[in-house]
Design a binder for this molecule. Structure first.
Ligand code: ATP
Ligand code: MG
Ligand code: FE
Length: 337
């Protein structure tokens, strides 16, 4: 089964062809980062415009790169939420037109399920499992007993982890997106500023990063008022360590609560070097198997959309041609037991 997958939920125009949920025949990503950099973040209207300009040539490029024609495709999959509505609509419109013209099934994919399924591109993973999704807009703990069955056990009550990285980077004038830069700076800094680790109520699997963000910003402000220097590397290391410890502790706690052996990470922040190393250390200590996608599949891409779409294809979970896009969308499709 060859699926043409389209992803335009944020600032990456992405097209992939994935066979049987595993073999990535082609994975094209046209990033708009250099365009949005100027504004210090993604400008929705600008994103939509570039998706519109980029999507058709990118589909042509992808098919050519995989030595395929549209006739070789068995289904068209597209992200229809969550994300920027105007950006999503570009992908959804193109996917609907293609599916209609080709007479092939249309598959609507939740972007977050895509992030999770990036793990399945290179690994055989068993259930039950727990996934930490840490992206630009989400910080979730997801329990799965089977394919396509998602139960949200925890989520952020304010900022997402990636959002916090981006905001701290902005306060430090490090540029956009902030995650990779903070990660790099933190390597040569020390966790010596005592920023808060926020755990919320005992046993809670929810997250909160706005207090930490304020603590960092207040620190920068106070130092400036006193005319004192800040060591940017230490700010990055202290902030990052405060985020990472909470993410890892709650993921381990979640795996224990659900008695699972398989732990996955997903989303852009799962590229973070210190998150990866602490998560490795702690999963080993707790006898858990850890999986995370290769770097290119951590941030937005269409291969991950093609991966989850394969399981939807098998389940005959097809979308109607009047499919809409949604800026918010929950992954929760399993009733709490
Ligand atoms: P969502 O998937 O929630 O809609 P998104 O698609 O914008 O959001 P991703 O593409 O998964 O998010 O990830 C982008 C985020 O990952 C950005 O916030 C970026 O700063 C962060 N990020 C990328 N690399 C790193 C890193 N090495 N360390 C920390 N954060 C990182
Ligand atoms: Mg992005
Ligand atoms: Fe994403």
């Amino acid at each position: 089964v060859k699926i043409l997958a389209i992803e335009t939920s944020c600032d990456e125009t992405a097209v992939a062809v994935v066979e049987n949920g595993r073999d990535v025949l082609i994975n094209e990503v046209l990033s708009q980062i250099d365009i949005h950099k100027e504004f210090g973040g993604v400008v929705p209207e600008v994103a939509s415009r570039y998706h519109m300009e980029g999507i058709i040539p990118l589909i042509e490029k992808a098919l050519k790169g995989a030595s395929l024609t549209l006739d070789d495709i068995d289904a068209v999959a597209v992200t229809n939420g969550p994300g920027l509505i105007g950006a999503l609509l570009v992908g959804v419109s193109v996917a609907k037109a293609l599916a209609f013209a080709l007479g092939k099934p249309l598959i609507a994919v939740n972007h977050l399920s895509g992030h999770i399924y990036a793990n399945f591109l290179e690994n055989e993973i068993n259930f039950p499992s727990v996934t930490l999704i840490v992206s630009g807009g989400h910080t979730d703990l997801i329990y799965m007993e089977n394919h396509l069955e998602f139960q949200v056990l925890g989520q952020t009550r304010d900022d997402a982890a990636g959002e916090a990285f981006d905001k701290i980077a902005r306060s430090l004038k490090l540029g956009y997106p902030g995650g990779p830069i903070v990660d790099k700076m933190a390597n040569s800094g020390e966790d010596n500023l005592g920023f808060p680790r926020v755990y919320l109520e005992k046993g809670s699997l929810d997250f909160s990063f706005s207090g930490l963000k304020s603590a960092v910003i207040n620190y920068l402000h106070n130092q400036k008022q006193k005319g004192l220097q800040v060591k940017i590397e230490d700010v990055c290391a202290s902030f990052q360590q405060a985020v990472v410890e909470v993410l890892v502790d709650k993921t381990i706690e979640c795996a224990k609560q659900k008695n699972v052996k398989h732990v996955m990470m997903a989303g852009g922040v799962s590229a973070n070097s210190s998150l990866r190393s602490l998560m490795k250390e702690r999963t080993i200590k707790n006898n858990l198997n850890l999986y995370y996608p290769p770097l290119k599949y951590c941030t937005d891409n269409a291969a991950m959309i093609g991966a989850v779409a394969y399981y939807q294809f098998i389940a005959q979970d097809f979308a109607p041609l009047d499919l809409n896009a949604f800026s918010t969308m929950t992954l929760d499709n399993v009733y709490k037991k």
